[in-house]
Design a protein around this ligand. Sequence first.
Ligand SMILES: C[S@@+](CC[C@H](N)C(=O)[O-])C[C@H]1O[C@@H](n2cnc3c(N)ncnc32)[C@H](O)[C@@H]1O
Length: 196
Amino acid sequence: MFVLDVGCGNSPVGDVNCDLYSKDTEQHRSFDTANTAINSRNVPNFVVCSAEFLPFISACFDVAVSRQVIEHVAKPGLMASELVRVSRDLIIIETVHRRGERLEPRSRQAWFKQHHINKFDFTVFAALAQKLGCYTVKSDVLDKNYVLRFLGLKLLGVPMGIRVVWSKTVRDWYLYSGFKSRESYFASVGLTNIDK
Ligand SMILES: C[S@@+](CC[C@H](N)C(=O)[O-])C[C@H]1O[C@@H](n2cnc3c(N)ncnc32)[C@H](O)[C@@H]1O
């Protein structure tokens, strides 16, 4: 699998990794910009570019992955269309859910308001996938925030971190591809750790 990580920051997972800000001048990674510069020597095949204008030819990666980035860009639809364009098949997008984000502590809300587009949920991604001609093959809640917390109890959980996996090629992928389960499909495309 040949993987592109878009908005890799300091935790790249791609064979090719890109980010618009090698120095965190816009504080997308942290308030403390002092230690968050990307050391390109530690990042395989680092490219400085915008997620909305990827400088790669169409379908040149097997997977385009982007984690906690789409909520930072001015035109998320344009970014999503670029991820779809450069991928041959799979697109993986992780972000924060609009409802979960609103339950973050007040101390973090100012930063969120300044840096995040608070609009994403599974419905938004389903509509976007349809518009871009992709099939949603997996949607996950990665973690939750809670409306009520007391005496160690957590009640009324709402999604915070979410992930969608789209395919450009396979609709009922586990039927048509001959795989018996989602897990074996993902194992076949090298994504065995995707749930961990
Ligand atoms: C919250 S960090 C996530 C970093 C990394 N993906 C991770 O999960 O640790 C958001 C990243 O998106 C990058 N970013 C923000 N706007 C961008 C854009 N228009 N194009 C590319 N990267 C962008 C920031 O520089 C930052 O590294």
